[in-house]
Design a protein around this ligand. Structure first.
Ligand code: AQP
Length: 331
């Protein structure tokens, strides 16, 4: 069976973008692939994290995975720092990837901002660690949101260069799986910006733990315009907020945008938002409640992570052993 790897950072409250762009797809792929799902805590510390908050967040992402429908008996669920093979392989990839490749990574430029000199080396080398996460398991497919496409291309370049440099057909050339109608969910306050955990405005995102009242309030306050909704997908010129809300509704309803527009085209936002609130509460409400329940049982969550960590390492260790042998590192 082909193998999936994907991860989510424990860096704050999970939101609708994380769910529609990634976690929901993780759930749907479980029957067709051998799946490894990781809470990527080593990635999280590329920017400062309060240790207690990080511990809480690792459990919260794990609870979200399970509450959304990932079965930890079937799929492997663990946090990255439980398997040292990720960091070991990342070092080898630091020696394979070229500076010029990393210099092109737009996420580093966005996250480092103007204060580039003060960004951590880890933030710069983040894509090498991500390639190691994936290739430590020789994963063939990675479900991600659209924002991760460039990092996936770098992972393919690293695999290719490693195979060429060592004359070995060792790593697969991993394919991204960018699935669904909401591969890039935008901020509810600004349709040109990605919905993101680090946005200072709480109204910009719907968190997976939001109750019905918060969901309703955030959708009611979402930025829109005064024109009715278009009836055709081509009718969103200059209306990114409207397009975003339609994409969210389509994804939550498991419909494509054409089908949604034939249902709601011509409607005013007040009416459409009422529908969107009902749909969002219907889909997210049960996940939020189950997350709260799971978070009350931290022993269970920790046992899932510990079991997952051991199963993950059982797959990656033989791959690392072969790699060390190819590279000429004796141990
Ligand atoms: N807005 C989004 N739309 C669709 N998919 C998204 N993802 C994130 N934001 C959106 C996908 O969620 C997965 C996990 O993301 P992550 O937590 O590892 O990192 P991130 O992309 O950095 O998430 P944020 O919210 O944007 O965090 P900050 O604010 O810290 O930068 C990935 O598959 C990602 O594509």
């Amino acid at each position: 069976m082909e193998r999936i790897f994907s991860g989510v950072q424990p860096t704050g409250d999970l939101h609708l973008g994380n769910y529609l762009g990634a976690i929901r797809n993780f759930v749907r792929l479980q029957d067709d692939y051998d799946c490894v799902y990781c809470v990527v805590d080593l990635h999280a510390i590329t920017v400062w994290q309060d240790p207690d908050e990080l511990r809480r967040s690792i459990r919260e992402v794990t609870a979200a995975f399970i509450a959304a429908g990932i079965d930890p008996k079937k799929s492997i669920v663990f946090n990255q720092s439980r398997n040292p093979n990720h960091a070991e392989l990342a070092w080898v990839f630091n020696c394979v990837a070229r500076l010029g490749w990393l210099n092109r990574m737009t996420q580093f430029k966005e996250k480092a901002g103007k204060n580039r000199e003060n960004a951590s080396v880890g933030l710069y080398a983040y894509p090498n660690l991500m390639a190691a996460d994936i290739l430590a398991y020789k994963a063939t497919h990675v479900p991600v949101g659209e924002d991760q496409k460039q990092h996936l291309e770098l992972c393919r370049d690293i695999a290719q260069k490693f195979n060429n440099d060592y004359g070995a057909d060792f790593f697969p050339i991993t394919e991204p799986l960018i699935l669904g109608e909401a591969t890039r969910v935008m901020s509810l306050r600004d349709g040109t910006k990605k919905m993101s955990k680090s946005d200072p405005s709480k109204l910009s995102r719907i968190n997976l733990t939001d109750g019905p009242d918060d969901i309703a309030q955030k959708i009611r306050k979402a930025r829109t315009d005064s024109a009715p909704l278009p009836s055709e997908p081509g009718g969103f010129e200059g209306r990114p907020e409207a397009e975003n809300l339609i994409g969210i509704y389509a994804a939550l309803s498991d419909l494509n945008r054409d089908a949604v527009l034939s249902e709601v085209g011509g409607m005013m936002f007040a009416d459409f938002k009422a529908r969107l609130i009902d749909k969002a509460v219907e889909v997210l409400g049960p996940i939020g409640l189950e997350m709260q329940r799971l978070l009350g049982d931290s022993d269970y969550i920790d046992s899932v992570l510990s079991d997952g960590g051991a199963r993950a390492r059982a797959i990656s260790q033989p791959i690392l052993d072969d790699l060390y042998d190819i590279v000429g590192l004796a141990r």
